[in-house]
Design a protein around this ligand. Structure first.
Ligand code: SF4
Ligand code: SF4
Ligand code: SF4
Length: 250
C-alpha cells in the first residue's frame, strides 16, 4: 500500500506551529516514515500538485490567500488546520477590531505599506473559507496532540478532541484557581487539551485553544459577579484570541 502524500502550507503566522512539528524530534521520524511528505516550504524545495493530506498553518488575511486555500482544499482528501491562527484566526484577528484596515497597515508597515504583497483584508480562520476536517488547537499547537491526531488518521481512527473546558484539566492538576489571585482566567470557556498549561505555570488561561462548543455564558457571568468583576473586564481579556468570535457576553 502506498504511503499517504502529505503537504504542509503556511499562511499569515509566525511559523511557530511548524516549529512544533520539527520539535517532535525522534517522533517525527516515525511520522515521516509512515507518510510521504511531498511539500513543506520550511524543509524542502519541491512542490507537489497532488497530495492526500494538507496541513494548514496560519490565518487567511488577503484575498489571494482565500484562492490558494480553496485550491489546496480541492486537491486534498483531508485538510488539517494547525494552531490558533488557522483554527480560530488567532492573534491576526486583532486587526478585525479596526474599521480602517489601511490605517492598520500603515501603522504596522509604515512607508512600505503600499507594497503589493502587503495587501490586506479582514482575517479569517481556515474554516471560514473552506471545510476543515481536523483542528489541532493552541498557540502554539501541542505537538503531542498533532502527532496523536495524524497517527489516528493513519490508523483509520477518529481522534478525540476535548469539548470540555480547561478548568477540568486544571482541577485534575489541583491548581489553585487564578481567580483567587484576582486574575480573569478564560479557562471556563476555553477548549481543554493543553493540560491546563498556563494555570499550572501560575498564569491565567488566555484562551488560545478557542472557545468550547457550548460555553456556559451564564455561569461565566456568575463567576464574574462572585469575584466582583464586570462583564466588560471579562470581554477585555477575550480580545487576544477571541476577536470577533463567539461567545458574546452582553
Ligand atoms: S498559532 Fe501561534 S505559534 Fe502557531 S503560527 Fe499562529 S502565532 Fe505562531
Ligand atoms: S485557574 Fe482558570 S482554568 Fe484553572 S480552575 Fe481557575 S478558571 Fe479554571
Ligand atoms: S491554558 Fe489556555 S492559554 Fe494556556 S495553553 Fe491552555 S488554552 Fe492556551
Amino acid at each position: 500500500m502506498s504511503k499517504p502524500k502529505v503537504a504542509i502550507f503556511d499562511f499569515a503566522c509566525c511559523e511557530g506551529c511548524q516549529l512544533q512539528i520539527v520539535n517532535l524530534e525522534e517522533e517525527i521520524l516515525n511520522l515521516i516514515g509512515a507518510v510521504d511528505v511531498v511539500q513543506w516550504r520550511e524543509a524542502m524545495s519541491e512542490k507537489a500538485q497532488e497530495y492526500d493530506i494538507a496541513i494548514i498553518e496560519g490565518s487567511i488575511t488577503r484575498p489571494e490567500d482565500e484562492e490558494k486555500l480553496r485550491k489546496i482544499r480541492e486537491q486534498s482528501k483531508i485538510l488539517i488546520a494547525i494552531g490558533a491562527c488557522a483554527t480560530i484566526g488567532g492573534i491576526n484577528k486583532l486587526k478585525n477590531n479596526f474599521e480602517d484596515l489601511e490605517e492598520v497597515k500603515e501603522c504596522v508597515y509604515g512607508l512600505s505599506a503600499e507594497s503589493p504583497h502587503l495587501d490586506t483584508a479582514p482575517t479569517k480562520a481556515a474554516d471560514e473559507v473552506v471545510t476543515v476536517d481536523y483542528k489541532v488547537h493552541g498557540c502554539p499547537m501541542e505537538n503531542g496532540e498533532f502527532a496523536y491526531i495524524v497517527k489516528s488518521l493513519l490508523m483509520g481512527k477518529e481522534p478525540f478532541v476535548p469539548t470540555y473546558p480547561v478548568c477540568v484539566e486544571c482541577k485534575q492538576k489541583e491548581n489553585v484557581c487564578r481567580w483567587e489571585y484576582g486574575e480573569i482566567c478564560l479557562g471556563p470557556i476555553t477548549r481543554a487539551g493543553c493540560g491546563a498549561t498556563c494555570p499550572s505555570a501560575s498564569f491565567r488561561c488566555f484562551g488560545c485553544r478557542g472557545y468550547v462548543d457550548d460555553p456556559n455564558v451564564e455561569a461565566a457571568k456568575e463567576v464574574m459577579e462572585k469575584y466582583d468583576l464586570s462583564v466588560d473586564e471579562l470581554k477585555s481579556k477575550m480580545v487576544l484570541f477571541g476577536s470577533k468570535q463567539g461567545p458574546t457576553y452582553e
